[in-house]
Design a protein around this ligand. Structure first.
Ligand code: SER
Length: 585
């Protein structure tokens, strides 16, 4: 089965069961400073899982590109990838456990034809705070999964949330049993020996985590499911692992030609190279702009590119190999992701430039590493790991990997200490956000979101209607808003913008939304990008008669909740783009 066919079968199945297809969102989450990349299909849906009404209704389905930075180190085995496409379906306060399990079971068994004996499932066993999930257990049993193939585990295996906040709940996971012998008596889906491959996770999101160990019930019970497309695609095509599917096979064949080496003899390195290049192509080919850098998203991208360059060097590939392989990926995915073709030149040029930068120092850096470690008694001091970063552009993760290959210890904490001394805190930020996070929906963030709408309209009134949003980033402390404008704002302009926003706050304006089509929104004069970005039916938020903007929410109910608006910084962001940082006091 071809990949687009398989995705269509999935979407059609859920559409035929009352779900509406939603768009594949950007890899860069909107207004979510706690996560660098979209890491699950539910990520862009956070406000709706917390109770906002979705304009397309309560049952949704899509394919979502995701970056799992936490899996970068796992790449090389049979089943991990950095970029994954997630097949997701959601119930926003509509059906719950039993129906969700039935949908998944029927899709796998009746539609894809996977034999029931191949499936093993896990359910939550209960703990001191949350009851055991008998409903899921019984649902699986009644569908024909044998008792011995239903495993009960605790929170570590059967709870999904973000660790520190946001929608969460127990889950039931579905595994494919590849019928290898059990590695021990205890072997089960939680074992990592490779007998069981997780394919689908059905999360029953009925709680909101509000503190370290504190949960409140959500106003609605949601279902959030995610199936790793690459994994199920390998199973359906009878491949023993996902690198043998046509998602990667052309790139692997090309790499064999470029290196003159066999894939079978170099499994891990080959997989890392083709995986990382695929992820880098998708990041560069995203609707948002990311370029390799030492900060945040750009740092992850840099790390992926530089790691693949190191592995390419190991198998003696020429310098242009990364570009050749990126073209194979673009060709493979351009029908489903037309932007990859549109951004082809940009992707290629960015990879060329990053390779040029890194290749200049890679050979020297590796020589330096060998010299440093010749007499290091098994320990690489942070002054040296920092030198590799600073002078030779080695991401710390790469130095750690080199050390591991050579049985040398290196301390990331020591490295980070040195880093902070050198004031490049943004990379640390990237690292902290690796594991992904969730839209911070605390009240301060919501207030600042409403303030952002007021700010945009105020800027349009003071500077002209043609200014447009170039970026927005909100934390619970401040908002940051980038917009097109080609000069510094005067003090008077800043004062006028601030006053306009504060006037709307003092006017105690109500905030409401309406669902409408994109053309209705345009007619109404709503602020928005009006590209390909939106669903057919969208939400338009109005703040009194002052502002009208396409937005998913959430917002406060009345501007009087905001407090006093204050601009704390106005600066250049990039050529033709200004940046404002503001707070509510
Ligand atoms: N959010 C869950 C996951 O990422 C299900 O989609 O596994």
């Amino acid at each position: 089965m071809k990949k687009n066919e398989m995705k269509r079968i999935y979407i059609d199945y859920f559409v035929n069961n009352g779900h509406k297809e939603i768009k594949n969102s950007s890899l860069i989450p909107d207004n979510d400073p706690s996560a660098l990349y979209t890491m699950a299909g539910m990520h862009p849906l956070t406000p709706y899982l917390l109770g906002e009404e979705h304009p397309l209704g309560q049952r949704l389905v899509n394919v979502q590109k995701c970056i799992r930075t936490c899996d970068i180190e796992e790449v090389g085995d049979d089943c991990h990838v950095t970029l994954l496409e997630m097949l997701g379906n959601w119930s926003l306060g509509d059906y719950f456990k039993e129906k969700s399990i039935e949908f998944s079971f029927k899709f796998l068994v009746d539609i894809l034809g996977i034999p029931v004996e191949r499936l093993a499932v896990t359910v939550f066993e209960g703990d001191a705070n949350f009851p055991k999930d008998s409903e899921s257990y019984n649902a699986w049993l009644s569908l024909g999964i044998k008792k011995e193939n239903i495993y009960s585990y605790g929170k570590k295996e059967n709870w999904w949330g973000l660790g520190y906040g946001g929608p969460c709940g127990t889950d039931t996971e579905i595994f494919y049993d590849n019928f290898k012998p059990k590695c021990s008596n205890e072997c089960g889906p939680a074992c990592s020996c490779g007998k069981y491959v997780e394919i689908w996770n059905n999360v029953f999101m009925e709680y909101n985590q509000v503190g370290d160990n504190s949960y409140e019930s959500l106003s609605q019970k949601n279902v959030d499911t995610g199936m790793g497309f690459e994994r199920i695609y390998a199973i359906v095509n009878n491949k023993s692992n996902l690198y043998e599917t046509d998602l990667f096979s052309d790139a692997i064949k090309k790499l064999e030609l470029l290196s003159g080496k066999n894939y079978e003899d170099n499994l891990k390195g080959f997989r890392i190279i083709v995986d990382h290049i695929r992820a880098a192509v998708f990041i560069l080919g995203d609707e948002n702009l990311v370029v390799p850098s030492n900060t945040e998203q750009g740092y992850i991208l840099r790390r992926l590119i530089r790691r693949s360059l190191r592995f390419l060097k190991k198998i003696e590939c020429s310098e242009d190999s990364i570009v050749i392989l990126s073209k194979v990926t673009i060709d493979n995915y351009k029908d489903e992701y037309p932007l990859l073709e549109i951004k082809r030149d940009f992707i290629v040029k960015s990879l060329e430039e990053e390779s040029r930068l890194f290749n200049k120092t890679l050979t020297k850096g590796l020589k330096e590493f060998n010299k440093m470690t010749l007499d290091c008694n098994g320990y690489l001091d942070s002054s040296l790991s920092f030198k590799l970063y600073d002078t030779f552009g080695f991401p710390i993760e790469m130095t750690m990997e080199l050390c591991m290959e050579n049985n040398i210890t290196v301390s990331i904490e020591e490295f980070n200490k040195r880093f902070e001394e050198h004031q490049d805190k943004s990379r640390l930020g990237a690292e902290k956000k690796f594991s992904g996070g969730m839209g911070n929906n605390d009240l301060n963030t919501i207030k600042l979101h409403t303030a952002t709408h007021l700010l945009q309209q105020a800027l349009r009134q003071v500077l002209g209607r043609d200014i447009c949003q170039k970026g927005s980033n909100i934390t619970s402390e401040r908002l940051r808003f980038d917009f097109s404008f080609d000069r510094k704002l005067t003090e008077e302009e800043i004062f006028r913008v601030e006053s306009l926003v504060n006037n709307q706050i003092n006017l105690k304006l109500d905030i409401n939304y309406e669902n409408m089509t994109v053309s209705e929104a345009m007619e109404k004069g709503a602020i928005g990008l009006f590209g390909d970005k939106y669903e057919d039916i969208i939400k338009v938020y109005s703040i009194g008669d002052f502002s009208c903007e396409i937005c998913g929410g959430p917002h406060v109910n009345n501007t009087s909740e905001l407090g006093k608006f204050k601009i704390i910084k106005e600066e250049s962001s990039s050529s033709g783009v200004r940046r404002i940082k503001a707070i509510l006091e």
